[in-house]
Design a protein. Structure first.
Length: 435
C-alpha cells in the first residue's frame, strides 16, 4: 500500500513548500537553458575550429617528408581527435552521419577522398580514413565529447538556490509574523484580564486586521460590562422589595404560610446576593494587586473556620510572598471550602509550589464527588448537579462559577477532579506574580 501524501497543516509549511518547489524548478530550468546554450556555443565553436584545424593539419602532413610526419603528430593532436599514420581500426559503416563528419568533408572532402567507419567499444567513436598525395594512409580518430563543466559552476548554482530559499524563508516569516501575533491575541482574549492591544503599524492589510481586532475586543468588553452592570443593577434593586416583604411577613400572624413565605424570601435574598457577587467577580481584575504572604493568608482563613467550629485543616507550606488580589483570592477559597463543608462536613487545604513560577492551593473533601461527565459543567453559572431547588442542598449554582471567574481574574486556573476513594479535589493554580 502506497503511503498517502498529505498537504502540510500550517501556513508556514505550505508557503515554504510552494516557494521551495517553485525556486527549485526555476533554478533547474535556468540551469537547463544555460547548459543547452553552452552546449550549442561549444559545439559551433568546436566545429568551426575542426574545419580549420583538420584542413591545416592534413595540408602539413601532405607536404612533410614521410620520415618527419611521425614527429609532428603530437603537435597536431587535439583533445577530441588525433591523427594516425595507418589504416586505423576495423569498424562498421556509419548509420547516422555525425555533424563532425560533415564539417570534415567540407574542409578536405574535395581534395582527399575519404571513408568513415564507426568503431565499436566501451567508448564509442568513429574514424575518417584518407590517403595523402603520395598514397600514405592517414586516419583521423574522432572521439566526440562535451566540454566538461567548470567545477565552480554547480557550487555557484547551489549558492544561488540557497540564497533564494533564505530570502523566501525570510519573506514567509515576515508575512506570517503578524498573523501569528493575531492568533495569539485571539487565544489570550479574555474580558477578565487586561486587553492585549495589537500594534496597528505595518502593511495596510496587517494594520487593518489589527484595528479590526482591537475594535472587536473593545466591543466585547463593553458588551460584557453592560450585561454585568445590568445583572448587578437588577440584583441590587431587588434587595429593597425583598426587605420590605420580609418586614411585612414579620408582622403577619404566626402560621405555616408565614414560615414558608419567610423561607422563600430568604432564598430570593440569597440568590440576589449571589447574582451581585457573580457580576462583581467578572470584573475582579479591578481590585488592586498587593504583596501577600500566602502561608499567613491561608492560616488566617483556616483559623476563622476553626473558630466557628468547622472541621477545616491546612497542610504544606509555600514560604512564598506573591502579588495577588487578596479579596478575590479569599472569595475563591471560601467558596471552595464552603462547598466542601456543605457536602462532606470537613475540608482539607494543601499548598505546594509548582514548576518554580506557580503555586497550587488544593481544597479536598470526602463527599460524594461529581460525575465525570458533569465536572466541566458545574462551573457554569446556575448549573447544579442536584435538581432540588432547596438552597441547603442544591444552592444557587453560582458558587463554583464565581470561583472560576475570580481564578481567571487572578491569572490562574481552577481545576476539578474526583479523588481516589471518594470525594472532590478542587485545585487553584496561581502565578507568583499577577500581571
Amino acid at each position: 500500500m502506497k503511503p498517502a501524501l498529505h498537504w502540510p497543516r500550517t501556513l508556514v509549511s505550505r508557503l515554504s513548500l510552494i516557494f521551495l518547489v517553485g525556486l527549485t524548478l526555476a533554478q533547474a530550468l535556468s540551469f537547463g537553458v544555460q547548459y543547452y546554450e553552452r552546449y550549442e556555443t561549444a559545439k559551433n565553436t568546436m566545429l568551426g575550429n575542426l574545419e580549420t584545424d583538420v584542413s591545416t593539419s592534413i595540408a602539413i602532413l601532405d607536404r612533410l617528408p614521410a620520415e618527419e610526419r611521425m614527429s609532428w603528430l603530437k603537435q597536431l593532436d587535439r583533445r577530441n581527435y588525433r591523427y594516425l599514420l595507418d589504416e586505423g581500426s576495423p569498424g562498421v559503416a556509419l548509420r547516422d552521419t555525425p555533424i563532425a563528419v560533415t564539417s570534415i568533408k567540407e574542409a578536405i572532402g574535395k581534395d582527399y577522398p575519404m571513408t568513415v567507419t564507426d568503431i565499436p567499444g566501451p567508448i564509442k567513436h568513429f574514424q575518417v580514413h584518407l590517403k595523402l598525395a603520395d598514397g600514405s594512409p592517414v586516419t583521423i580518430d574522432v572521439r566526440p565529447s562535451m566540454v566538461p563543466l567548470s567545477p565552480w559552476l554547480p557550487l555557484v548554482l547551489l549558492g544561488q538556490l540557497a540564497l533564494m530559499i533564505l530570502c523566501a524563508w525570510l519573506a514567509v516569516r515576515i508575512a506570517i509574523r503578524p498573523l501569528t501575533r493575531l492568533a495569539q491575541a485571539v487565544e489570550n482574549l479574555d474580558p477578565n484580564t487586561h486587553p492585549v492591544h495589537l500594534d496597528e503599524q505595518g502593511p495596510s492589510e496587517v494594520a487593518h486586521a489589527a484595528i479590526a481586532f482591537n475594535a472587536m475586543q473593545a466591543r466585547i468588553a463593553a458588551y460584557l460590562k453592560e450585561r454585568m452592570q445590568l445583572l448587578a443593577a437588577i440584583s441590587h434593586d431587588l434587595q429593597t422589595p425583598i426587605t420590605r416583604m420580609k418586614l411585612r411577613a414579620e408582622l403577619m400572624d404566626d402560621c405555616g404560610d408565614k414560615d414558608k413565605l419567610w423561607n422563600d424570601l430568604g432564598e430570593m435574598e440569597h440568590l440576589v446576593r449571589e447574582g451581585v457577587a457573580y457580576a462583581r467577580s467578572v470584573h475582579g481584575a479591578t481590585e488592586e494587586s498587593r504583596r501577600t504572604d500566602l502561608d499567613s493568608f491561608l492560616d488566617s482563613l483556616v483559623f476563622d473556620y476553626q473558630d466557628m467550629g468547622k472541621d477545616v485543616q491546612l497542610s504544606g507550606k509555600s514560604a512564598a510572598v506573591i502579588h495577588t488580589r487578596p479579596h478575590a483570592l479569599r472569595r475563591v477559597l471560601v467558596n471552595l471550602t464552603d462547598n466542601a463543608l456543605k457536602f462532606a462536613g470537613a475540608a482539607q487545604l494543601r499548598v505546594e509550589s509548582k514548576d518554580g513560577d506557580s503555586l497550587s492551593v488544593t481544597v479536598m473533601d470526602r463527599g460524594p464527588g461529581i460525575a465525570e461527565e458533569e465536572l466541566a459543567r458545574v462551573i457554569e453559572p446556575f448549573y447544579r448537579v442536584e435538581n432540588s431547588r432547596n438552597r441547603s442542598t442544591g444552592g444557587t449554582g453560582l458558587g463554583l462559577a464565581i470561583a472560576q471567574q475570580l481564578a481567571q481574574a487572578l491569572g490562574g486556573s481552577l481545576t476539578l477532579r474526583n479523588r481516589e476513594g471518594g470525594g472532590l479535589c478542587a485545585e487553584l493554580r496561581l502565578p507568583t506574580r499577577l500581571s
